[in-house]
Design a protein around this ligand. Structure first.
Ligand code: SF4
Ligand code: SF4
Length: 157
């Protein structure tokens, strides 16, 4: 079954127009599928092969969007307008971008809002870096410890 990618995920608690595009910048890769490259090719009026070569690169066993130097973060997506901090190919953007963050809250937006309130400065941009590591099984949680709840995937509306 082909998964339908919709553009209308609920953005109840975040506003991308007030964000410096953390998600387009701090992840080291934005994965693209053949379908995404086909969409890019159509958008730019070039062949699949040209779009593949011009806009994407190989990263391990994945095809990902190329990145460029950024004015705020060390790097950002090749398609980000660095002044307006918006996607220049919004209607042709890859599936992963359409789905992100796939819930009604965005953690980076929460950090942004928190810091802006703390600093009483609506222009402040906390620099966030994201790195991943493997977590080994930790000690057993005893009942006296505070419980930390993880977010569950939200039900689609
Ligand atoms: S980090 Fe969150 S608020 Fe910022 S552009 Fe991405 S989805 Fe929107
Ligand atoms: S394609 Fe657009 S939405 Fe996706 S990472 Fe690049 S600038 Fe952001």
């Amino acid at each position: 079954m082909v998964k339908t990618i919709k553009d209308d995920q609920p953005r109840t608690y975040f506003d991308c127009t007030k964000c410096p595009a953390f998600c387009c910048s701090i992840y080291e890769r934005v994965q693209v599928t053949k379908r995404d490259i086909t969409r890019l090719a159509k958008h730019f009026g070039v062949t699949f092969e040209v779009a593949r070569r011009r806009f994407t690169k190989q990263w391990q066993d994945e095809r990902i969007l190329k990145k460029v130097k950024d004015t705020i973060f060390p790097e950002t997506c090749i398609f980000l307008d660095q002044e307006k901090r918006g996607c220049t190919i919004y209607h042709a953007r890859p599936g992963v971008c359409r789905e992100y963050p796939d819930r009604s809250r965005c953690a980076y937006y929460d950090v942004l809002q928190f810091e802006r309130r703390q600093q009483a400065d609506e222009t402040v941009i906390p620099l966030v870096q994201i790195t991943f590591r493997e977590v080994k099984k930790g000690p057993e949680v005893d009942d006296k410890c505070e419980k930390v709840w993880e977010w569950q995937p939200e039900k689609k509306r």
